[in-house]
Design a protein around this ligand. Structure first.
Ligand code: ADP
Ligand code: MG
Length: 689
């Protein structure tokens, strides 16, 4: 039913509601309060005590204005109330318009506020409501109860919103519950009707709590059901490829590594290979903090694919990173009978043709490239594993789907942006998750400090000391808006010039920015890797994955403009060597939030911890951010707070879908409709039988 069917919703109110994304009565009843005001402590006047927050119901026996009128308006008024046990005056500021409606010796009011003693006992009222009949106080939306407070906007005030929702609940009648009764019983949840009434107009705290829990569960359960259905569907319809490597490539590769695997790497490699074994396509998310050694895991998986006679591809978000992967993977595999080819946009046409031909003929075993490149119509002879590096740079909805000759390759998605556990259960809820939760031994925490702009010389002195020890450093240019990309380049060039000519005239300073030609970028990176360049001035192009272990200091200019996870990534560039690394955040934090971010960075090294802090600072509103994530906004669940309910809802949803994958049983149909409404048209296919 459109919200305009409700009494009291004209075009203006309808427009204001629409701004709050409320267009139907159903939307209105799921416009949840942000908090409640407890006005439920109803007392008789004779029982009042000083200092108590109370609500009194009584008949008005006298009215007077208080304060000096301002521009013809009465600032406040006072009513004398009688309730059969005594008399008390109550004063309220504002609400002058009520004066005309109050008729002494006739009107009934409900007054809430604090009982105070000033000459005599009186109520300093926060709220005053006129009611028709004291017997009906239980029906009043605004008084004598837990009164809901709603998010509103300019076009609609809190009181109007409350009135409308109260009315909508009346109109809605009995609200049917799409969740199976058996799940409610098992999880001790109230039914939807009670929960919706309970969240708006709870009779007590306990009921409010139960209602909230139910609605959080509800919201998360619907999402998880969608994810479970998606997973079940894919598993049923797709045939993948069973990888049963014999170790002929993997073993020599592991043996040839200049280091032993960490326990976590060993475990995760095991999980990945195990996941690649069955015929159903693997879809796995590998989370590992910056520097935890994800590349080794990726190579192990690629080798296993090749051992089973297939091809593997690894996709990186930038050309710089793709080339770095190409160089390090080729080097690590140089003694093995394996062909690694590179595909980038900057290759010459001839070179590219040769590479594409090798991919198509199967001569190329492992293909390294940028996401864009590999996704775009590259023909493989037999692609059986795709590794997506640094997935967080891309919309989560933008998952790669390859279809090669009817066989779906396994996918391993790697991300260094630590996603708190809660998030990975939702956004990536249909993926298996492997966790690389251990850094290679000997990693030193990055000593991180905030440096005021005026004191940046001090940071450069510290960098000089590092260089004198034979180590290298990054200097990161401030972030500039996308639209000002050219300015970005100019700023980078200026900084480069300043460092070359004034600060470090005795050193070689390189420059890397997004507008450079690929060959130039390649040359600078090579020079930096081989220590010809000692200081690399760069824009954020080095953010992801660049790995030069000898670099031990990083200066980030304009640090307050970067996001927390971006800063953590940048800092990660210098945690790879054996020297205690340093990070300088040159900044002029203007907002409380940016200060908090920088402080968090100085305090914590652990990316998971940082991403939780980040979520807290940003709030969860922006969580699913881009619409392309394919996830609905959360109305009531808070992922950090509600992790336990999430885990419960997830288990329940996956169990239900395992028993009835397309939700075709009659008792599951309402649920199916609900999931479809929530997740939109593109989940339609999940439920086709
Ligand atoms: P990330 O997870 O950030 O992609 P990388 O795979 O780039 O990390 O690895 C970071 C650095 O750590 C590389 O120089 C790599 O050679 C090194 N490394 C990886 N695993 C180990 C290990 N088990 N012991 C020591 N160094 C390791
Ligand atoms: Mg990496």
């Amino acid at each position: 039913m459109p919200v305009t069917n409700l009494l009291g919703v004209g075009p203006k109110i309808a427009a204001a509601l629409e701004e709050l994304k409320v267009t139907s009565v159903a939307d209105l009843v799921s416009h949840y309060p942000s908090r409640h005001e407890d006005l439920s402590n109803v007392k008789k006047i004779a029982d009042l005590r000083v200092g108590e927050r109370v609500t009194v119901v009584g008949r008005v026996v006298g009215v007077k204005k208080v304060g000096r009128p301002v521009r013809g308006r009465t600032p406040g008024f006072s009513v004398q109330i009688y309730d059969g046990t005594g008399y008390i005056p109550a004063t309220i500021w504002g609400r002058g318009w009520l004066l005309n409606q109050i008729v002494p010796d006739y009107s009934w009011v409900v007054v809430s506020g604090e009982a105070q003693r000033k000459y005599e006992l009186q109520i300093s009222a926060k709220n005053i409501e006129l009611i028709d009949d004291p017997a009906t106080i239980g029906d009043n939306a605004h008084a004598g109860r837990f009164v809901p407070v709603y998010p509103v906007n300019k076009g609609i005030n809190a009181r109007r919103m409350r009135t409308l929702i109260h009315r909508a609940l009346d109109e809605a009648g009995r609200i049917l519950d799409p969740l199976p009764a058996e799940i409610l019983a098992r999880h001790g949840l109230p039914n939807l009707h009670d929960a919706i009434h309970g969240i708006h107009f709870p009779t007590d705290k306990e009921r409010l709590k139960a209602a909230t829990r139910r609605l959080v569960f509800h919201e998360l359960f619907l999402i998880q059901t969608g994810l479970a259905a998606r997973k079940a569907r894919l598993e049923k319809t797709e045939s993948g490829r069973s990888h049963r490597g014999d170790g002929r490539l993997l073993n020599p590769f592991l043996k040839g590594l200049p280091f032993g695997l960490t326990g976590a790497q060993e475990r995760v490699i095991g999980e990945v290979l195990e996941g690649m074994r069955p015929e159903k396509p693997m879809r796995r998310l590998l989370q590992g903090d910056v520097g935890s050694g994800k590349t080794v895991v990726a190579v192990a998986a690629l080798l296993s694919a090749v051992e089973s006679g297939g091809q593997g591809a690894i996709m990186a978000p930038t050309e710089v990173l793709a080339e770095q992967h190409f160089i390090s993977i080729s080097a690590a595999l140089k003694d093995l009978p394996i062909n690694v080819v590179l595909l980038t946009g900057s290759q010459g046409a001839a070179e590219r043709r040769v590479a594409l031909e090798a991919v198509k003929s199967g001569e190329a075993h492992v293909v390294v490239g940028t996401h864009a490149l590999i996704q775009r119509a590259v023909e493989f002879e037999d692609l059986s594993l795709v590794v997506v590096d640094e997935q967080h740079r891309f919309g989560v909805g933008q998952r790669t789907t390859f279809k090669e000759k009817g066989v779906t390759p396994d996918t391993l998605v790697m991300t260094a942006t630590p996603i708190p556990r809660t998030l990975s259960l939702t956004l990536y809820g249909d993926l298996e998750v492997s966790l690389l939760d251990e850094l290679p031994p000997g990693r030193k925490p990055v000593e991180t400090s905030m440096v005021e702009v005026a004191e940046r010389a001090g940071a450069y002195e510290a960098v000089r000391a590092e260089l004198e020890e034979g180590r290298q450093a990054y200097v990161i240019c401030p972030l500039v808006e996308e639209s000002e990309a050219l300015e970005d380049v100019r700023a980078a060039e200026e900084l480069h010039e300043e460092l070359t000519e004034e600060v470090f005239p005795e050193r070689t300073v390189g420059l890397l920015h997004g507008r450079m030609k690929a060959t130039e970028k390649r040359e600078v990176m090579r020079a930096f890797r081989e220590r010809e360049v000692e200081i690399l001035v760069a824009t954020v192009v080095v953010e992801v994955g660049v790995d030069v272990p000898n670099a031990s200091a990083i200066v980030i200019e304009g640090a307050e403009r970067f996001g927390l996870s971006q800063l953590h990534q940048l800092r990660g560039r210098v945690c790879r060597g054996l020297h205690p690394p340093k990070c300088f955040l040159v900044s002029d934090p203007k907002t409380e939030d940016s200060l908090k971010r920088l402080q968090a960075l100085c305090e914590h090294q652990d990316g998971f911890k940082l991403s939780e802090v980040d979520l807290r600072i940003r709030g969860e509103g922006t969580l699913f951010g881009s619409r392309q994530s394919g996830m609905p906004d959360l109305k009531i669940a808070k992922l950090l707070r509600d992790i336990e309910i999430l885990v419960e809802a997830r288990r329940a949803a996956f169990e239900l879908v395992a028993a009835d994958p397309t939700l075709k049983e009659p008792q599951h149909r309402p649920l199916r409709r609900e999931v479809r409404d929530l997740l939109g048209k593109d989940v339609e296919w999940l439920f086709r039988e």
